[in-house]
Design a binder for this molecule. Structure first.
Ligand SMILES: [Zn+2]
Length: 161
């Protein structure tokens, strides 16, 4: 099956809560994300999985609004959240349910965000690759033919057989 992939980049700050070494310090990254989309019911009339601009508009705009130039913190990192709440920000830190590693941020984009953004649009996001640095990345994927995955993206498989 064919995938369409959109690259997106953004800047963010974080720290890895309880990290054994320097990642416990507040620091920043230029993150690069690759969003992989498939069309379970086939390409559209123009021969596309989805218009690339729609991937950018939906995921790119969400990232720009919620993560770009922002601190991303684990909800259990109460001391840092409390400390930073005293500062003035154009946007307060984004609180994640898990430690803000590349793995967990990729998982959030794939499992939490994508089904909401793309519900009923005829595609599924089946893989997210998240580069924290040029040399280090995390990759998370889901089984694109799993009926539960299709259901989460609002795709009716009954019509395709
Ligand atoms: Zn880091």
């Amino acid at each position: 099956m064919i995938s369409a992939v959109r690259r997106l980049q953004f800047c963010y700050g974080h720290r890895v809560y309880n990290h054994e070494s320097k990642c416990a310090n507040l620091h920043g990254h230029n993150g690069v994300v690759f969003i992989h989309a498939k069309a379970p019911q086939g390409l559209d009339k123009l021969g596309r999985v989805i218009d690339f601009s729609l991937l950018k508009d939906l995921v790119g705009n969400w990232i720009e609004e919620e993560w770009d130039h922002r601190m991303i913190l684990f909800k259990d990192d109460v001391a840092t959240i409390d400390l930073l709440s005293k500062a003035s920000w154009s946007k307060k830190p984004f609180i994640l349910d898990a430690n803000p590693t590349a793995e967990n941020m990729a998982k959030f984009l794939l499992e939490d965000l994508s089904p909401k953004l793309f519900y009923g649009k005829g595609i599924i996001i089946h893989k997210v690759v998240f580069y924290e640095t040029e040399n280090c990345y995390a990759e998370v994927s889901i089984e694109p033919n799993d009926p539960k995955v299709l259901e989460r993206f609002g795709i009716l498989i009954a019509n395709s057989f």
